[in-house]
Design a protein. Structure first.
Length: 387
């Protein structure tokens, strides 16, 4: 019996598992492990925050998505003993493996800013979205007064800013500005194409969202952010601080016997294997560009990249189990960009063609519907979007 273990059931791990179980080899025992009990379709967290989609679509139960024949465990993995072939859990137990898929995801980075972890709300999980929404309701943000502050002007931060504006009731009462975005770089949306960035800037201005760049955040308090801009220290009173200023691979990746790509993940072979252990596959945010030297651009930390890795990973485990078959190599193909800018509004760059408004929102929804992990989830999403 060959023991196959999947650690982490995000886009990389869950979809690799589902591909593997579709025609899985005989005489294998498959175990899937995640610390959560729900899969999170992270690109749709904004719709959940804005009450456009429910939790059953954005975060369906893993027990409904994991295929039959898989032993599903909810547990915290604290270490992977590569040489001993064991996954070690926080409760002191362990699990042996003959082949391992490691997809542990990412954690927020607070860059050593005092008070950031304690006083801000990250926005990378369904629990994060629930906490932020509850805090805004409790603090009566939409009735006017202070803005919400978003630290980080990347894709997550900008989409979050638009979603926050969706929460303001249409009664003419709202904070001015409703949202302030603080970004350390000279411009927002690093890594996004200029045509998308230009349209996003225009829409941000139309919504009254205040963008402040070249900002260094010094401290986060419960109801204020201290920052420096143009050599001047400033204090921004705020109803809440949302933190989207970067992520890093899960710390478990630090223990792997592999080269790191700066702040990004480990360098793996083009087959997605660890060079030091060909029975260990790494996917998702935990890897940099596979097979490329450390000077090359890393893979984006996106669902799109993880979804492309999943079928290659699954196929290669099957080929590894079926001794002698040549493994496939992964090649990333960036298929485009989507940026949600409001309820029924988006910007889309599909292989160089840029559109915005309702047409872009439809394209975005169609793309995500095709990638949802089950027909029941797709049906619920369509029903909720139409309502």
């Amino acid at each position: 019996m060959t023991n196959i273990v999947f650690v982490g059931l995000g886009f990389g791990g869950l979809y690799a598992l589902r591909h593997f179980m579709d025609g899985a080899p005989d005489d294998v025992k498959v175990t899937a492990v995640d610390r959560r009990d729900r899969f999170v379709f992270t690109p749709l967290l904004y719709e959940y925050l804005a009450s456009e989609l429910d939790a059953d679509v954005v975060a369906p139960s893993l027990s409904d998505l994991v295929p039959e024949g898989v032993d599903l465990r909810q547990a915290e993995v604290v270490d992977v003993a590569i040489e001993g072939g064991r996954v070690e859990f926080g409760d002191g137990t362990s699990l042996p493996f003959d082949a391992l898929v490691l997809a542990p995801g990412s954690v927020p980075v607070y860059h050593g800013v005092p008070g950031a972890e304690r006083n801000s709300f990250p926005f990378y999980s369904i629990d994060d979205a629930e906490r932020l929404k509850a805090a805004l309701q409790l603090r009566d943000w939409a009735s006017g007064g202070l803005p919400v502050t978003v630290v980080g002007g990347g894709v997550v931060g900008i989409e979050l800013a638009f979603a926050l504006v969706d929460l303001v009731p249409g009664n003419g009462i709202r904070p001015e500005p409703p949202v302030v975005v603080l970004e350390a770089a000279p411009d927002i949306l690093a890594g996004v194409t200029e045509p998308v960035r230009a349209r996003a800037r225009r829409k941000l201005d139309e919504q009254g969202i205040d963008i402040r760049t070249r900002v260094k955040v010094l401290e986060v308090e419960e109801s204020a952010v201290l920052y420096e801009a143009e050599g001047q220290r400033q204090r921004l009173e705020t109803v809440a601080v949302a933190w989207t200023a970067g992520i890093r691979p899960n710390p478990i990746v630090d223990k792997l016997p592999a080269e790191r790509h700066g702040k990004h993940g480990v360098t793996v072979a083009p087959t997605l294997q660890l060079p030091a252990a060909n029975n260990v596959f790494v996917v998702g945010d935990a890897i940099a560009y596979p097979g490329r030297p450390n000077g090359a651009a890393p893979l984006p930390d996106t669902a799109q990249a993880a979804l492309q890795e999943a079928p290659i990973c699954a196929s290669n485990i099957k080929r590894l189990v079926d001794h002698g078959k040549r493994l496939r190599e992964f090649r990333y193909d960036g298929m485009g960009e989507f940026l949600r800018t409001g309820r029924g509004e988006a910007i889309a760059n599909i292989r160089g063609g840029v559109v915005d408004g309702a047409a872009a929102a439809l394209a975005r929804r169609a793309a995500y519907l095709l990638r949802m992990p089950a027909w029941a989830v797709r049906t619920a999403a369509v029903r909720q979007w139409l309502s």
